[in-house]
Design a protein around this ligand. Sequence first.
Ligand code: SAH
Ligand code: SF4
Length: 375
Amino acid sequence: MSTQEKINLIGLNRVAMREFLASIDEKPFRADQILKWIHHQGMTDFSTMTNISKVLRQKLEERTCIEAPSIAWEKASKDGTYKWLLSFADGNSVEMVFIPETSRGTLCVSSQVGCALDCKFCSTGKQGFSRNLSTAEIIGQVWLAVRRLSELGVTQKITNIVMMGMGEPLLNFDNVVPAMDLMMEDLAYGLSKHRVTLSTSGVIPAMEKLKEVSQAALAVSLHAPNDEIRSKIVPINKKYPIKQLIAVCRDYFKGQKQRVVMFEYVMLKGVNDQPEHARELAKLLSNVPCKLNLIPFNPFPLSEYECSSPEAITTFQSIIQKKKIHVTIRKTRGDDIDAACGQLIGQFEDRTRRNEKWLKKRGMPGLASIPVVVA
Ligand code: SAH
Ligand code: SF4
């Protein structure tokens, strides 16, 4: 069996691992042992799995593999943030970021190669789209980060994982959900449901489905107080407008104590950052159990927006605060290595040709993609 035909065990959650073992006439409880070898011990070699019979190891060797992405390059920021470009077998690559803080370590994971949604302030969107990542490619990022950080001697462990890298996770639902299962699974990464967050631009039908099958925390990229502004900067708003989005968010954690939706709001100078926008936003969120996170816009080459001034951001915050909504300002990390929100671009062939069209519109038809400096 060639490597391509083998099942990559790294991408099987507990249910899928048990099903697979049953399909090769093995006892399902073996799943627990294999999961621990892969995710706790970081093993990729079946011969090291000493509590598993030789016969089963032989079967696994023949039919399966344990493969993570590989690191194409790594950048370290002076603030301790790391950014990696990760390559997959087909030559595509995505970016992943680790942000250490005093009491937590956040890993930002990608769900797609590029993104098919074209949010105007996001460099991933500008790069276009190639394909979904498989479950193995998503959880493989976590597997790799754990190993690499330990090699580097980084003492801060991964305590939180956010699906806020490249891509819209809810447009890759079937692969993202089992990967998040493994993030929360004791036999794998064992993070609590409060510490695994999916961020979406608001794919309403998938949000409805998600709340039935996953306990993960939810972040929603709102970015505007009304449809007029939101449709201009987050085009998917034309399909799933604000009123419907807010209604889903209001009920998302109904009956679950202390769980609220986190709204993200990128601060764009002169676009969505005026006091009247803050007042409109406070009204919109008044009956929604939520927190609001203001994200200073992170520029990228040829981006057409500017970040709001620090004064505009704090004025915006205080207007919202007065309405008793919990609102924070996100600290930008890793900006010396372009590791901040919306700056992740990876390397891949854009099947939508959006990047080419966008560069042409910006008067740069000779460039192959958004200019990036690779260390
Ligand atoms: N597709 C998902 C998750 C990935 S983007 C989503 O849109 O939610 C993660 C977060 O970064 C989102 O809130 C997104 O709107 C924000 N973001 C994108 N580009 C940004 C930029 N240039 N500056 C600041 N935040 C940005
Ligand atoms: Fe895609 Fe999210 Fe970027 Fe929008 S902000 S283009 S949904 S990655």
